[in-house]
Design a binder for this molecule. Structure first.
Ligand SMILES: [Ca+2]
Ligand SMILES: [Ca+2]
Ligand SMILES: [Ca+2]
Length: 285
């Protein structure tokens, strides 16, 4: 099925469109086309377990998916989000400087596991630098860093070089011992547990990858499963734990803004599970 692309005006509507119906009404009647996204607003209290979210994109971007459930929903979302612009691995550096900018300091990015705010200029490979973490470990499916899943910034985040190395290509699960220099993160021989504030982010990134990559366009079919030690198989665990993390850490202003910047400026596709948290249960129970 073909999806009608939102027009350019729709692409440029400010972030407030996502915040809720009240904000939507205001935005639609107010002056449109502001060049700068507004400062992230506090996310409204929202439970991922309750009624369907309503987003500004239901009548446009998501319209083919609305009303679908289960495998039909997953297939429809794959069609929708596979229409995207792709960026090179070298371009990922500058993209992350925008998507993960510290809302309180525009010179800095926020690192995913440590939560540290650090100068955008400190990107690199040395101790104390930040680099490009593949939340879906690139060895799980062995897709590397050629333009494709390895450069899909929906699952790429700035991370401390050493903590990125400690996470390595481990699956996600609860437990282990504390990670040095990264409070709230734990690891053991076969898994990694991120800090509470990004547990849901991690889950939604993994599930985005599962829907985006279905074995088409030359890339492996990525899927979550209930294992750890997935190695180079195109799987990521542990699904039952990721679903819990999704519930306990719903999308906040930072994560929603990130999704919007990727949509507006870079890839022009969205992470459906940030916009519609209830779709996780619809697809994965
Ligand atoms: Ca483990
Ligand atoms: Ca979060
Ligand atoms: Ca898949």
């Amino acid at each position: 099925m073909h999806v009608t692309r939102p027009n350019r005006t729709a692409l440029r509507k400010p972030l407030t469109l996502l915040i809720g119906v009240a904000a939507l009404a205001t935005s639609l009647t107010g002056t449109a086309g502001a060049a700068q996204a507004p400062a992230p607003a506090p996310a409204p209290a929202q439970s991922v377990t309750t009624a369907a979210a309503v987003t500004a994109y239901d009548d446009t971007y998501y319209s083919p998916a609305i009303g679908k459930t289960g495998t039909a929903l997953k297939a429809s979302l794959n069609d929708i989000i596979s229409k995207q612009t792709k960026i090179s691995y070298s371009a990922v550096w500058d993209a992350l400087k925008k998507t993960d900018e510290d809302p309180n300091n525009s010179s800095n990015v926020i690192l995913i596991y440590t939560g540290r705010s650090q100068s955008k200029a400190d990107n690199g490979g040395n101790v104390g630098d930040w680099n490009r973490e593949h939340v879906w470990a690139k060895s799980h499916g062995d897709f590397g860093t050629t333009t494709g899943p390895g450069t899909d910034i929906h699952h790429l985040r700035p991370a401390d070089v050493q903590v990125n190395s400690i996470r390595g290509n481990k699956d996600f699960d609860n437990g282990g011992s504390a990670v040095s220099g990264a409070p709230g993160n734990y690891t053991d021989s076969d898994s990694f547990e991120p800090r509470d504030a990004v547990k849901g982010d991690v889950a939604r990134m993994i599930l985005y990858m599962a829907v985006r990559y279905e074995g088409e366009d030359g890339w492996p079919d990525l899927e979550p499963n209930n294992n750890v030690n997935n190695g180079t198989n195109p799987y990521m665990g542990r699904l039952s734990v990721l679903k819990q993390w999704h519930q306990q850490d719903p999308p906040d202003a930072f994560e929603k803004r990130r999704n919007q910047v990727i949509y507006d400026t870079y890839q022009h596709n969205r992470n459906p599970f940030i916009d519609h948290p209830e779709w996780v249960a619809s697809i994965w129970g």
